[in-house]
Design a protein around this ligand. Structure first.
Ligand code: DQA
Length: 145
């Protein structure tokens, strides 16, 4: 499961100098292409609503997914509830950011999610997601072997 949080539906038009000029559809397509070459079933979901992201994590944890890529957008820095949902899912979750959050405003330096994820991929633009997908596959394979 790939979960995109608030404002990521605006990719392409939103601060393209920071986030890139590709759309969310293009990003999801690149991920789907990579997933299909690896024989992986991928589902992508974007929501601007914290509760919808939490619901998706609950469903994933109930069996709808093996691993989650999560770009929680601004909720990364604020949401205890989303962090709790990551833990409750019981799944390996990989935190993804397009931009290098550590090189930006200080309020972006704190991730409430970081302590409860497998790892973070941040700062590589669209490649962050592709790298995270490779990490997700490796994580699932390691847990199965
Ligand atoms: C982001 C970084 C967040 O700080 C920001 O609020 C976003 C996008 C990223 O992908 O770089 O919405 O998660």
């Amino acid at each position: 499961l790939v979960l995109h949080g608030p404002n990521l539906n605006l990719l392409g038009s939103r601060e393209p100098d920071v986030y890139g000029s590709f759309s969310l559809e293009e990003l999801d397509q690149r991920l789907a292409d990579r997933a299909s070459t690896r024989g992986i079933e991928l589902r992508c979901l974007q929501s601007n609503h914290e509760g919808a992201l939490i619901d998706a994590l609950h469903e994933a944890g109930a069996g709808a997914a093996d691993v989650v890529l999560l770009n929680a957008g601004g909720l990364t820095h604020t949401s205890v509830s989303l962090r709790d949902a990551v833990v409750a899912s019981g799944l390996p979750v990989i935190e993804v950011h397009l931009s290098n959050v550590a090189a930006r405003e200080s309020f972006r330096h704190v991730s409430l999610i970081a302590p409860v994820v497998v790892g973070q991929v941040t700062g590589f633009g669209l490649e962050s997601y592709l790298l995270a997908l490779d990490g997700a596959i490796a994580t699932v394979q390691a847990r199965r072997s």
